[in-house]
Design a protein around this ligand. Structure first.
Ligand code: ADP
Length: 220
C-alpha cells in the first residue's frame, strides 16, 4: 500500500531524512516511534504529499499504486484529498461550522453531492459514537469528541491511507484508549492502512508493527 525508497530531506544544511526505505501492507497499522527531532513528522508529511523529498536521489514513493513523486501540484492535491486522511494532535476543526459540516468538508472539496456527503458523515459519526453531536460546534464538544470528529473528517472520502501524528497527544487516558481502539475497529471495518507517529507506548505497542526512527533513519 505504501512503498518508499531512498527518501532524503534537508532543512538548510540539516539532513533530516537520510535515505528512508519503507514498505507497508494494505490494512496494516504501523506505529512510528523515536526521539524528538528524529524526523518522524517530516516523514509523515512526505508520505502525505504535504511536502516534497529532496531531489537528486533515486527516490520513489508509491501510495495505493500511484507513484506520487511525478505528480504535478493539482494532481497531488487531488490525490491527497481522495486517498489520504490526516489526523493531527491538534484537530484543526473549523470553529464556525458544526461537527457534521466539519466532517463533510473533504467530501465537498471532492464535489460529492451534499446529501450524499451528509449521509456518509452521519454513518461515520454513528460508528464513532457521535450521532448525538452532529449539530454541535467544536467548542461545545469535549477534547475526545473533537478528536473523533477529526477522525471522521479524515475518513469521509474513504482514503486508502490514514496518517496520524500524535493523535492522542492531547487527550486524557480514557479518551486516548477509546481513540486507539477505534483505529483498530476502523481498520477491521474499512480495511484502511494506518501510519501513526506516537509517543504513547501503549498505542505504539498495539500496532501490527513498530518502526523506530533515530537520526533520520529507520532502525532495522
Ligand atoms: P520528530 O517528528 O521526530 O520530532 P521532525 O520531523 O519534526 O522530528 O523534525 C526533524 C528535524 O527537522 C528537527 O531537527 C527539526 O527541528 C527540523 N525541522 C522540522 N521542520 C522544519 C522546518 N520546517 N524548518 C527547519 N527545520 C525543521
Amino acid at each position: 500500500m505504501i512503498s518508499a525508497r531512498n527518501i532524503h530531506k534537508f532543512y538548510g544544511n540539516l539532513e533530516v531524512l537520510k535515505g528512508v526505505d519503507l514498505e507497508i501492507e494494505k490494512a496494516e497499522i504501523v506505529s512510528v516511534v523515536g526521539p524528538s527531532g528524529a524526523g518522524k513528522t517530516t516523514l509523515l508529511q512526505l508520505l502525505g504529499t504535504l511536502d516534497l523529498p529532496a531531489s537528486g536521489y533515486d527516490t520513489r514513493i508509491s501510495i495505493a499504486g500511484q507513484d506520487i513523486t511525478g505528480l504535478g501540484e493539482k494532481q497531488m492535491a487531488r490525490f491527497r484529498n481522495e486517498q489520504i486522511g490526516f489526523i493531527f494532535q491538534f484537530h484543526q476543526l473549523l470553529p464556525e461550522f458544526t461537527a457534521l459540516e466539519n466532517v463533510c468538508i473533504p467530501a465537498f472539496i471532492r464535489n460529492t453531492d451534499r446529501k450524499e456527503a451528509e449521509a456518509q458523515a452521519r454513518e461515520l459519526m454513528d460508528f464513532l459514537g457521535l450521532s448525538h453531536r452532529v449539530g454541535h460546534k467544536p467548542s461545545q464538544l469535549s477534547g475526545g469528541e473533537q478528536q473523533r470528529v477529526a477522525v471522521a473528517r479524515a475518513l469521509i472520502n474513504k482514503p486508502a491511507v490514514v496518517l496520524a501524528d500524535e493523535p492522542s497527544g492531547n487527550l486524557d487516558s480514557a479518551s486516548a484508549d477509546r481513540l486507539h481502539q477505534l483505529f483498530f475497529e476502523l481498520r477491521d471495518t474499512y480495511g484502511q492502512t494506518f501510519v501513526i507517529v506516537t509517543h504513547n507506548e501503549e498505542l505504539a505497542g498495539m500496532a501490527d508493527r513498530m518502526l523506530t526512527m533515530v537520526d533520520g533513519q529507520i532502525e532495522t
